[in-house]
Ligand binder design. Structure first.
Ligand code: SAH
Length: 220
């Protein structure tokens, strides 16, 4: 890693980070373990240099290929919703993007599996996670609408892109007692939580959000 390492921009922005965490608390994030990870996560390392100075603002930021690194509030909320019923062993993430959400999950669960459809984004995310010595996250190139069947079933699934419906393959890969969180809708989107209880899938609609679309197929 170059000069933008953890002791560079990261240290000098400690106060900015504290402000961000305070803002997350003010907006209702309550899980202390999630807040702690957000406090220490080097978000600037998941952005291109030109955007890094904005890393600790509570806003979504461009990562190229018309995609965005999600707003910190959204990352924190989705993570806390996923973990609300207790620790998760293995989590599937759809939409690796910058790898930031993958990083946050990797600090809180045993194993993360993440799928990204845009190959150059995936390669960059993998490189970042490797340089941060994240060894419990595996990322692959593919269509996340199909999930990652051979690593499942998962006790958590987090989808970081919005679809009109929840893909059946993802519901199929949810373990008994597992929780899935995903933005659903096109113009207006809301976070949906699905909890699997045996053969039953219990749906709940939570707050409104804004995400890039979940698109079929993988691109090189
Ligand atoms: N969690 C990411 C957010 C990335 S934005 C981060 O922290 O940076 C959503 C991502 O979902 C984009 O990178 C987009 O390419 C990806 N995506 C959209 N549809 C997908 C699909 N079917 N399979 C895998 N990834 C998909």
């Amino acid at each position: 890693m170059n000069t933008r390492d953890v002791s560079g921009i990261g240290m000098t922005s400690q106060r900015t980070r504290e402000r961000l965490v305070q803002r997350l608390c003010d907006q209702g994030v309550q899980d202390l373990s999630v807040l702690e990870v957000m406090r220490n996560a080097p978000r600037h390392l998941f952005l291109d240099e030109a955007m890094a100075h904005r890393a600790y603002e509570d806003t979504a930021l461009p990562i190229g290929y018309q995609q965005t690194l999600s707003q910190p509030l959204t990352v924190a909320r989705m993570t806390e919703i996923l973990l609300a019923a207790g620790p998760r062993k293995n989590v599937l993430e759809i939409g690796t993007g910058s790898g930031f959400q993958t990083y946050v999950l990797s600090r809180l669960v045993d194993q993360v599996f993440s799928v990204e459809r845009i190959k150059p984004l995936l390669l960059k995310a993998k490189q970042r996670l490797r340089s941060l010595k994240v060894w419990n996250a595996s990322c692959k190139h593919g269509d996340g609408m199909l999930g990652w069947a051979d690593k499942g079933p998962y006790d958590g699934i987090l989808v970081a892109a919005a679809g009109d419906t929840i893909p059946q393959a993802l519901l199929d890969q949810l373990a008994d007692g597992g929780r899935l969180v995903m933005p659903v809708g096109s113009e207006k989107q809301a976070l949906h939580l699905v909890v699997r209880e045996g053969g039953e899938f219990i749906h709940e609609v939570l707050e409104s959000v804004y995400f890039v679309p979940l698109l079929p197929g993988a691109v090189r």
